[in-house]
Design a protein around this ligand. Structure first.
Ligand code: GAL
Length: 666
C-alpha cells in the first residue's frame, strides 16, 4: 500500500467538476480511466457550492461526483473545501477578510482571502471540515484529506485588530512579561519601550525600518497562526476518520512557513511545484525543493500539483516543449515522490486560470498535450514498483526558518543580496551536478547519519545549534555571515561567529559586502584562483584554524578567506564556484555520486531504493558510465541494458533496475 489507500504510484490532478455540466463528468471519468488516472483532488474551492448558506449544505452534486469516480476506479484526495470563504460569510462578517500592512481590508473576489486569526473564520472551517468528514467518512473513494489549499498563498499574514490581539497572546507565551518583550525586542533602540501590552502592534507599514526583532517574531507568529488553522481542521478529521491520511499542499522552498514545524502534522507531505520552463536552472531548483519535501518527514512524499505545460500567473507563461512534462514528472519520482499529479485535469473555460494548461486541454483528445498525458500515465504505471522506496543521502544541507527570516529582514542588514534560497542553491547545484544525494535538515536534528553537513548560512545561531554541530563527527562546512545573532536577533557577545567560534577557530572583525559586479580574488593553498562575489569578511584566524585560502588584492590582501579547524571548514566569502573545496570535502568524507565520477553535464542521477534514475535535461544524447559489474533493465522500456554504460537521449530518461545475477536467479 502506498502513501494513501491507493496501491502503486499515484497519477491524476485537481478536478473541478462544479465548473462543468454533469454530462461532461461522464466524459471526464472515461478519459481519466483511459489515461490511468487513479487519484484526483476534488472540492478545493467548493465551499460556496457545498454550503451556499450558513449550515445549509448541498452535498448532492459532490455525492454524485464521488460515486462516479469510485465507479471508475478513481480514488479521491478530498479537500475540506475551506480555502475560499464564501460570500455569505465575508458579508456577514467582514472581519474575516484580511488586512494588509498598510491597513487596507482586502475585497472578496479572488480566493484564499481570510484572516488566519479570525475566530469566526476558524470556527466556520472546522464546522465545514466536520460536515465533510461525517458525510464522506465511509465513502469508498476517500483516500486522503486535503486541508484548505497552499497555506500562505495570497494570504501570508493579516494586520487587523484581531490578528494584533492574537499576536499579543502569542508574544505573552513567548516572552512571558512585558519586560521580557522589551528586552528581546531591544526597545531601548529608537525609543520603542512599551509600558502596556495594548501598545504592542503587528509590524504595520511605518515611516522607516521596522524593528527587526519585532518582524522576526511576526514571521514566527504568522507561520504559527496559519498552522493553527490547519491543526484545527486536522483535529476534527482525525477524530471522525482516524485512519484517513491528512495533508495540506506545500509550496516548495517557501520562506513564509516553517515547514519543519508544519510537517509534523502532515501524514503525507505533498508539494505543488511549478518550475519555470523558461528558466535554465528550473531542474536544479525543482530538485532542491523535492529533496526538501523528502527530508521533511524522511519518507516518500507526493507531487500533488504541477503544470502539464504553461501556468497562467507569470508575466510570460512559457509552455513545456514536447517531452518536458514527462521528464519533469520523472524527476519528481526520482526524488522520492510516490506519484505525479497536476493542476488540473480539464482546462478551464473561464476564470483567471482559463489559460493555465491541463491534462486535457481546450482542444480535447486530438492534441499533443493529451497524447503526452496518455503516454505519461503509461510510464507511471510501468514504474509502479518504485512506490515506497527510499533515498539514502550522506550529505545534509542545513535550513532553519528562523535564521532565514532574520537574514532577510529588510532595511537593516549589511547587504540585501544574501538570499537564503540562492545560498542553498550555491551548494546544492554542484552536488546535484555530481549526482550526490542530498537531504535538507534543521540544525537541531540528529546529524549522525551524514558524512558531510553544509550550513550555507546560519545567521541566527543558538548555543543549542552550535552544540549540535560540534557533536557532529563528520565534515562540516559553515558559510559566511553565520553565528551572528541569537534567537532574539541580538548580536552575540564578541561578534560572529558567536557560539560557533570555538568550533571554527575564527573571529570575524568586519563584514565587507561587495557592490554588484565587483569580484574579489581568493587563492587556495595550492594556487587555484577563485572569484568571490557579494560578500567577504575581515577574518582573524590567529587562533587554532588552518588557512585553506586567502584573499588576494584590495584591503583584504593576504588575509584568511577559508579556514579549517579539525573537520570544520569556514568560508568567509561566496566563491562563484565552490568546486575546489567541495571536491576535497567529498573525497575526505568518502562520498561519490550515485554513478561514480564522470556524470555528463545536464544529466541528473538519483538512486531511490534499488532503482537508478538517469534524466537527461540537455539537448544532446549523453552516455553515463554505470557502476561496474552491475547489470540493469530499463523499467520504462522493459529492455535489458548492456553492462558498462547507458546512453540517454536528450530530454529523455531511463529508470534502471538491477538485474539479478545468474546465481541469484538460480
Ligand atoms: C496553485 C494552486 C492551484 C492553481 C495552481 C496554478 O498555486 O494551488 O489551485 O491555482 O497554482 O498553477
Amino acid at each position: 500500500m502506498g502513501l494513501t489507500r491507493v496501491p502503486g504510484l499515484l497519477f491524476g490532478g485537481d478536478y473541478n467538476p462544479e465548473q462543468w455540466p454533469e454530462e461532461v463528468w461522464q466524459e471526464d471519468v472515461r478519459l481519466m480511466a483511459e489515461a490511468g488516472v487513479n487519484l484526483v483532488t476534488v472540492a478545493v474551492f467548493s465551499w460556496s457550492r457545498i454550503e451556499p448558506g450558513p449550515g445549509a449544505y448541498e452535498f448532492g452534486w459532490l455525492d454524485r461526483v464521488l460515486d462516479l469516480l469510485h465507479a471508475h476506479g478513481i480514488a479521491v484526495d478530498l479537500a475540506t473545501a475551506t480555502a475560499t470563504p464564501p460570500p455569505w460569510l465575508v458579508r456577514a462578517h467582514p472581519e474575516v477578510r484580511p488586512v494588509d500592512a498598510a491597513g487596507t481590508r482586502l475585497e472578496f473576489g479572488s480566493r484564499q482571502g481570510y484572516c488566519p486569526s479570525s475566530p469566526v473564520f476558524r470556527a466556520a472551517t472546522v464546522r465545514l471540515a466536520r460536515a465533510m468528514a461525517e458525510r464522506y467518512r465511509e465513502h469508498p473513494a476517500l483516500a486522503m484529506w486535503h486541508v484548505s489549499n497552499e497555506y500562505a498563498d495570497h494570504t501570508t499574514e493579516c494586520f487587523c485588530e484581531e490578528s494584533a490581539r492574537d499576536f499579543r497572546r502569542w508574544l505573552t507565551v513567548r516572552h512571558r512579561s512585558l519586560d521580557g518583550l522589551n528586552a528581546a525586542w531591544g526597545t531601548s533602540c529608537w525609543g520603542q519601550h512599551y509600558t502596556d501590552w495594548a501598545q504592542v502592534e503587528p509590524p504595520r507599514k511605518a515611516p522607516g525600518p521596522v524593528n527587526p526583532a519585532q518582524l522576526l517574531d511576526w514571521r514566527r507568529f504568522s507561520s504559527d497562526a496559519l498552522l493553527a488553522c490547519f491543526e484545527a481542521e486536522r483535529a476534527v478529521l482525525k477524530e471522525v476518520t482516524p485512519d484517513v491520511p491528512v495533508t495540506t499542499n506545500f509550496m516548495s522552498v517557501l520562506r513564509d512557513l516553517d515547514y519543519w514545524a508544519w510537517a509534523e502534522g502532515e501524514d503525507v507531505v505533498t508539494d505543488d511545484a511549478y518550475p519555470d520552463p523558461a528558466d535554465p536552472r528550473a531542474p536544479v531548483k525543482a530538485a532542491l525543493s523535492y529533496d526538501l519535501m523528502r527530508s521533511l518527514k524522511r519518507q516518500p512524499w507526493l507531487l500533488l500539483e504541477s503544470a502539464p505545460s504553461a501556468v497562467s500567473w507569470r508575466a510570460v507563461n512559457v509552455p513545456k516543449d514536447p517531452g518536458v512534462m514527462r521528464l519533469h514528472s520523472l524527476q519528481a519520482l526520482a526524488h522520492g515522490s510516490d506519484g505525479v499529479m497536476f493542476f488540473q485535469w480539464r482546462q478551464a473555460r473561464y476564470g483567471p486560470e482559463k489559460f493555465h494548461s491541463a491534462m486535457l486541454p481546450h482542444g480535447g483528445t486530438g492534441t499533443r498535450q493529451w497524447r503526452e498525458t496518455l503516454a505519461l500515465g503509461a510510464d507511471v504505471r510501468r514504474l509502479s514498483e518504485v512506490a515506497g522506496s527510499t533515498t539514502r543521502a550522506e550529505v545534509a544541507l542545513l535550513l532553519d526558518w528562523d535564521s532565514w527570516w532574520g537574514l532577510e529582514a529588510p532595511e537593516s542588514m549589511p547587504t540585501d543580496r544574501l538570499r537564503l534560497h540562492e545560498l542553498l542553491l550555491s551548494w546544492y547545484a554542484p552536488l546535484h551536478a555530481r549526482g550526490v544525494a542530498v537531504d535538507l535538515a534543521p540544525p537541531g536534528r540528529d546529524l549522525s547519519g551524514y558524512r558531510l553537513v553544509i550550513a550555507p548560512n546560519l545567521y541566527l545561531c543558538t548555543a543549542a545549534h552550535a552544540d549540535a554541530l560540534a557533536a557532529f563527527p563528520g565534515q562540516l562546512v559553515v558559510g559566511p555571515f553565520s553565528g551572528v545573532v541569537d534567537a532574539a536577533d541580538q548580536v552575540h557577545d564578541g561578534g560572529a561567529p558567536g557560539p560557533l567560534g570555538e568550533l571554527l577557530g575564527v573571529r570575524v572583525e568586519e563584514w565587507r559586502p561587495l557592490p554588484d559586479g565587483v569580484a574579489q580574488e581568493v587563492v587556495t593553498a595550492d594556487g587555484t584562483v577563485l572569484s568571490a562575489r557579494t560578500w567577504t569578511e575581515w577574518l582573524d584566524a590567529s587562533g587554532a584554524a588552518e588557512v585553506l585560502a586567502r584573499y588576494r588584492g584590495g584591503p583584504l590582501d593576504g588575509r584568511p578567506a577559508v579556514t579549517r579547524r579539525g573537520s570544520a571548514t569556514y568560508l568567509s566569502c561566496l566563491p562563484e564556484d565552490p568546486a575546489p573545496f567541495l571536491d576535497e570535502l567529498l573525497a575526505t568524507a568518502g562520498i561519490t555520486g550515485v554513478t561514480g565520477p564522470g556524470l555528463p553535464a545536464g544529466v541528473e542521477a538519483c538512486r531511490r531504493g534499488p532503482y537508478l534514475f538517469l534524466l537527461n535535461h540537455g539537448t544532446e544524447p549523453a552516455t553515463v558510465p554505470l557502476p561496474e559489474g552491475d547489470r540493469f533493465t530499463d523499467l520504462l522500456t522493459g529492455r535489458p541494458l548492456p553492462a558498462g554504460a547507458v546512453t540517454v537521449g536528450p530530454c529523455d530518461a531511463v529508470v534502471l533496475k538491477p538485474r539479478p545475477t545468474p546465481e541469484e536467479r538460480a
